[in-house]
Design a protein around this ligand. Structure first.
Ligand code: HEM
Length: 516
């Protein structure tokens, strides 16, 4: 039977055989070819050997009880392995892969990913794909199929004004969020839940074109079920990624069944919204009032001839699922860094109050001038990496990474879990100033931008990144207008881990929000 790597290799080869020629003869081809002659063979790439290379058993041996690491502390395990083996290594986790940590290697990978970047799906989605006849959203498909789904959405989400169109309703969501923080003393878990509800409500106004009522307990049953299903889907994915589910490889185990149940709920709900939007746009078509430049995402997708009803509904689900927990958790990490660094918080507050005053809305113009806010968030992403394992690609061409040949079809994980001295001065300190272009600090510290890629890179990067940062900017500036962010002593020395694929505190954080 063919190995996973073989299968990946074959499918990438099929998808990109035409592109292969283009890459080889492109401007990067010369360097690839030269490097290939001098590079060391793939077989010599360091990494744990012997039993560690065996499928499944190899990955089990890396974790408790055979080592001190768990799936949640995978980045720490990687740090130890990088110390032992250097910046590139072969590992056999859910599949055999090469893990690289040098940003120069990231650059090489992205320069050679081609027109249809191939990011393997997580193991649970992969199994679901094999068993289901349903069409999948862009997150789970590859090649031309991915391109056909992503292109019409790209046009609508990746333009400079795609997110700012939603500033007004999202300002209202952020105001409601602050009102709750001002008036209620929430327990740790309830605070974490509030962040999740804020992110869900914020992305809901984009995906469903309406307030879903998550911040004032006015949601209908369907919206609550949708929220729970989205949470559950992420948990099942995380079980596969971190090796807590294995049985799905052979049968419909509980993880796979729960995944299917969550998908069914979400599809059912999303179809209701999509159907309504399609009816509206068809009516507009009949009335001659259909606006080809419609800025509203759902209506605009519903009017897109290249997308079927299922495509629209799947896209809505993908955006909602990918855009809730991720934003909620990274917002908490950001508040943690601001609370731990009160001087930076004060500098940021001055910027916010100077541009929007103590109660004004965050406008497009003000946002474009908030350079310190942007630097603060980027620094938070640098210090606390947002996802468990960076991003992954399978390339259509052979490349050389850290001096070793890596053949096409190899799964390559790009992950730099530790802020590195090689790329940054004082890597363990929260210093937003390092990202201010004009500052002297920045000039002294020309770190490789590839070292911090919270949203991935290239044509397959995070399609929701403009929305993610806008929601975080909104929540932060609205909170700073009114409240001081502090941490209760129990949360002062929190460690972050990755039990749900995304960064999260080992115990729910307890913030103290006091009125200014
Ligand atoms: C702080 C919050 C977020 C983080 C850290 C994050 C991170 C990422 C990363 C690392 C990727 C993979 C990129 C690559 O392979 O190069 C990704 C993909 C994706 N993200 Fe996000 N994301 C966030 C928020 C969002 C939001 C708000 C949305 C939706 C509005 C979203 C939708 C997606 C989708 C649909 C993909 C798959 C794109 C594709 O396969 O073509 N994300 N995200």
């Amino acid at each position: 039977m063919a190995s996973t790597r073989e299968l990946l290799k074959r499918s990438v080869h099929r998808l990109t055989s035409v592109h292969r020629l283009q890459v080889r003869t492109s401007s990067t081809a010369g360097s690839v070819a030269t490097d290939q002659v001098e590079a060391r063979p793939f077989e010599e790439i360091p990494g744990p050997r012997g039993m560690y290379r065996l499928p499944i058993i190899g990955s089990m041996l890396l974790f408790k009880p055979f080592s001190k690491y768990t799936a949640e502390t995978y980045p720490q395990l990687l740090n130890e392995l990088f110390d032992r083996h250097g910046p590139i290594m072969k590992l056999n986790l859910a599949s055999p892969m090469v893990v690289v940590s040098d940003p120069k290697d990231f650059e090489t990978v992205f320069a050679n990913e081609g027109k249809y970047p191939y990011r393997p799906s997580d193991p649970i989605t992969e199994q679901y794909l094999k068993r289901s006849t349903r069409k999948l959203p862009m997150t789970g498909v590859h090649g031309e199929e991915w391109h056909a789904l992503r292109t019409p959405v790209n046009r609508r989400l990746m333009k400079a004004d795609s997110a700012t169109h939603y500033l007004e309703p999202q300002n209202q969501v952020a105001d409601d969020f602050v009102k709750i923080l001002e008036t209620r003393d929430l327990k740790n878990e309830d605070q974490a839940d509030l962040f999740y509800r804020f992110a869900s409500e914020s992305i809901g106004v984009v995906t469903f074109n309406q307030r879903l009522g998550y911040l004032d307990n006015k949601s209908d049953v369907a919206s609550i079920k949708f929220l729970e299903a989205a949470k559950s889907l992420f948990l099942q994915i995380a079980k596969g990624v971190t090796g807590r589910s294995v049985g799905h490889n052979w049968y419909r185990n509980s993880t796979l069944r729960e995944y299917e149940r969550a998908v069914d709920i979400m599809i059912g709900n999303s179809k209701v919204h999509t159907k309504k939007a399609i009816e509206i746009t068809e009516q507009q078509r009949r009335d001659g009032t259909l606006n080809p430049e419609e800025p509203n995402l759902l209506l605009s997708l519903a009017s897109e001839k290249a997308l079927t009803d299922d495509d629209v509904s799947n896209t809505i689900i993908a955006l909602y699922v990918a855009g809730t927990d991720s934003t909620a958790k990274n917002l908490q990490v950001f508040f943690y860094n601001l609370a731990k660094n009160p001087d930076k918080q004060e500098t940021l507050r001055k910027e916010v109050l100077g541009l929007i005053g103590p109660s004004g809305p965050l406008t497009d113009k003000a946002l474009s001038q908030m350079t310190y806010l942007k630097a603060c968030l980027k620094e938070s992403f640098r210090l606390n990496y947002p996802t468990l394992s960076g991003t992954t690609r399978v390339l259509p061409v052979d490349v050389v990474l850290s001096g070793y040949k890596v053949p096409s079809g190899t799964m390559i994980n790009m992950f730099n879990p530790r802020p590195s001295k090689l790329n940054f001065d004082e890597p363990d300190k929260y210093l937003p100033e390092r990202w201010l272009r004009s500052s002297e600090k920045r000039k002294q510290d020309p770190s490789n931008n590839m070292a911090v890629l919270p949203f991935g890179h290239g044509p397959r990067n995070c399609i929701g990144r403009r929305f993610a940062v806008q929601e975080i900017y909104l929540a932060t500036s609205k909170v700073l207008q009114k409240l001081k962010i502090e941490l209760e002593p129990e949360s002062w020395n929190t460690q972050f881990q990755y039990s749900s694929f995304l960064i999260e505190p080992e115990k729910p954080l307890k913030f103290k929000f006091t009125r200014l």
